[in-house]
Design a binder for this molecule. Structure first.
Ligand SMILES: Nc1ncnc2c1ncn2[C@@H]1O[C@H](COP(=O)(O)OP(=O)(O)OP(=O)(O)O)[C@@H](O)[C@H]1O
Ligand code: SF4
Ligand SMILES: [Mg+2]
Length: 363
């Protein structure tokens, strides 16, 4: 991996659950993020996928310092930004910018596009002197493929895809080194999604950016990511290069997610098996003991109830190396043919007997 630009370690965000009107008492916590570790290399794109509510946006907000973690560290170029305050924090914040999901609600409808894109300069006047801001905003509009003459228009005069371009231009205004994009294309039509992804791709090389790209659509994440982390209930359960995750997943949750991705090739479709997960995602206020996925895992055993699996290269793959030797938080990690028939790949020969997938794990 390239030299790290962000190093996230033991990141936790617990929201206290309170009861009572006059005398408030904490009765528990929403464990939105519960121990996340990853590294983002310079110039790299790390995709983060996972079902709704698994904590993706909470991670994004902490990376951009919009929210303080309960515990853990976020190192930007070696410096723990969770410990900074005042001027030092402000200076680092400039370097990590966010692009939001919904271009319909994230832009102030009463501000012109020029004011929206130029607003970050009010907080960081050192980046652009007042007299130069309009020129810079026009330049940014041009960079994201919008007509600089639109500078005085309002958000409602643009389409969804154009609005997301405005959001991206705003994210670029301070010349950040890292962009955290939280579901940047999820609210857009499929035809527009590709255009915005291509734009992000182009900007990455043009501005030497590193991306954390969050989405729940596995195909989109694969398209843009160098590495992918799969989140479940506040933690990353598997992480590796896109080929490792999509073609050689070893965690049952990743295997289930991938088995649900539509495959255009009919032959590949025929050869693969859909894993249907039973049961609901547990509440983040009551995370299961041991492996947090065990209540929905068809392979769960007693050890999974007792012992939290570490996110590490499983012992059975460590010696042999190869693409299955990547971090996976499972006591019984194994490859399944299912992963080989991920989008756009040829069907895989049968390798191991198919597991029974009709029961829930213990407890
Ligand atoms: N301010 C808050 N107070 C209490 N709970 C919160 C707060 N913010 C988020 N949560 C809870 O934390 C969990 C994770 O939320 P988060 O928005 O990070 O998930 P997500 O993975 O981004 O989901 P989605 O795919 O729907 O955007 C959810 O259960 C959510 O209800
Ligand atoms: S540790 Fe156990 S419950 Fe968790 S994913 Fe692996 S087999 Fe399933
Ligand atoms: Mg979210």
């Amino acid at each position: 991996m390239a030299e790290p630009i962000l190093e996230v370690s033991g990141l936790v965000k617990h929201y206290p659950l309170m009861r009572g009107i006059l005398f408030k008492k904490q009765i528990g916590a929403v464990k939105a993020v519960d121990g996340v570790d990853f590294t983002l290399g310079k110039g790299e794109t790390l995709g983060i996928v996972g079902e709704s509510g698994c904590g993706k946006s909470t991670v994004a907000r902490m990376l951009c310092n919009l929210e303080r973690p309960t515990a853990g560290s976020i190192r930007f170029k070696g410096e723990d930004i969770t410990r900074l305050s005042g001027r030092a924090l402000k200076a680092v914040r400039r370097n990590i910018q966010m692009v939001f999901q919904d271009p319909y609600t994230s832009l102030n409808p009463r501000m012109t596009v020029g004011d929206i894109i130029g607003e970050p300069y009010e907080i960081h006047p050192e980046v652009a002197p007042k007299g130069d801001r309009r020129r810079r905003v026009r330049e940014l509009l041009d960079v994201v493929g919008l007509n600089p003459e639109y500078i005085n228009r309002y958000p409602h005069q643009f389409s969804g895809g154009q609005r997301q371009r405005i959001g991206i231009a705003r994210g670029l205004a301070l010349r950040p080194e890292v962009i955290v994009a939280d579901e940047p294309v999820s609210a857009l039509d499929v035809s527009v999604q590709a255009q915005v992804i291509n734009l992000l791709d182009r900007l990455q090389s043009e501005f030497d950016l590193s991306y954390v790209f969050i989405a729940h659509d596995l195909s989109i994440v694969r398209h843009i990511s160098d590495r992918v982390g799969v989140m479940y209930l506040g933690r990353i359960v598997e992480i590796g290069s896109d080929a490792e995750i999509y073609e050689h997943p070893t965690h049952p949750y990743t295997q289930a997610l991938l088995s649900a991705v539509p495959v255009p090739d009919p032959e590949a479709r025929e050869h693969r098996e859909r894993i249907i997960l039973t049961g609901d995602v547990p509440s983040p206020t009551a995370i299961p003991s041991g492996c947090r996925f065990r209540t929905r895992c068809w392979k769960a055993q007693e050890r999974c109830v007792q012992e939290v699996p570490a996110l590490a290269v499983p012992a059975e793959f460590r010696q042999a190396g190869g693409p299955a030797a990547h971090d996976s938080a499972c006591h019984f990690a194994e490859t399944l043919p299912i992963g080989r028939s991920a989008p756009g790949l040829p069907p895989a020969p049968e390798e191991s007997p198919k597991p029974a997938r009709n029961g829930n794990g213990p407890g």
